[in-house]
Design a protein around this ligand. Structure first.
Ligand code: MN
Length: 247
């Protein structure tokens, strides 16, 4: 945890927690059997989708300017941003306009992720290419995130490309991800901004079972092919699993 605290220095320095309701990272999240991911739709000065992958006690984070695309031909710019605390994965609400990242945040997708077969994710990120599988409510299957070379003038930011693999979970040109409500509260951006309806159901701060049956997920580690391919996504979404347990 000490390592995570050091990694969150940048995150904390950018924010005034007396003014924003964003978590400071002080809360301990519950352990999970698999690494978690969230994607937050963020209507800041420029609308973007924040991809966050749990790794070693923090969320590695990228701002995907146009949002993820399920079309493998449609590579999406993903700008590396500071590591975020794991309790950020339950944040949905509005950051005051005057504050860093001011605007409304929606929990657009969430679930579990795993590096592709045999990959050490830290090493892969250092090298600038991470292949991974997602088992979320909106996004599934294989993806890759690849770091781009910096321009001659250097540039402050690390830019990456987020690309969908062709594995049966892709959709061709023009496919839209227009199921534009929160996976955690069912609310649209307007309702979140207005503080209407129920708040988000917890994910990081609640005991939640894996989105996919263990047998399926574990086989993922040993096989080159994506085992998630054969399973209809909706039946294995965390939401569906939770409902089934509750029923
Ligand atoms: Mn953001």
């Amino acid at each position: 945890m000490r390592k995570a605290a050091a990694q969150l220095k940048k995150y904390r320095a950018k924010r005034d927690f007396t003014k924003t309701k964003e978590p400071s990272g002080a809360r301990e999240v519950l352990p999970a059997e698999h690494r978690r991911f969230v994607i937050q739709k963020h209507a800041a000065s420029h609308l973007h989708w924040d991809l966050r992958l749990e790794l070693n006690g923090v969320f590695k984070s990228w701002a995907v300017t146009k949002g993820p695309s399920v079309d493998p031909a449609d590579k999406r710019l993903a700008v590396e941003v500071e590591d975020h605390p794991l309790d950020y994965g339950d944040f949905e609400g509005t950051i005051p306009k005057s504050e860093y990242g001011g605007g409304t945040v929606m929990l657009w997708d969430r679930g579990f992720w795993a590096p592709a077969d045999g990959t050490d994710p830290e090493k892969a990120l250092r090298k600038g290419e991470l292949k991974f599988n997602l088992a979320g409510e909106k996004l599934q299957g294989g993806w890759v995130i690849v770091r781009m070379r910096k321009d001659r003038d250097g540039g402050k930011r690390n830019n990456w490309l987020l690309i969908k693999h062709r594995d049966g979970y892709e959709k061709e040109a023009g496919a839209s991800l227009d199921d534009d409500v929160s996976v955690a509260s069912g609310r649209n951006m307007e309702a979140i901004a207005g503080g209407e309806g129920q708040g988000p159901s917890p994910f990081m701060l609640s005991a939640r079972k894996a989105a996919v049956p263990d047998a399926v997920w574990h086989s993922n580690r040993d096989q080159k092919a994506m085992p998630l391919k054969a399973t209809p996504a909706s039946r294995n979404s965390p939401k569906a699993a939770t409902r089934a347990e509750a029923a």
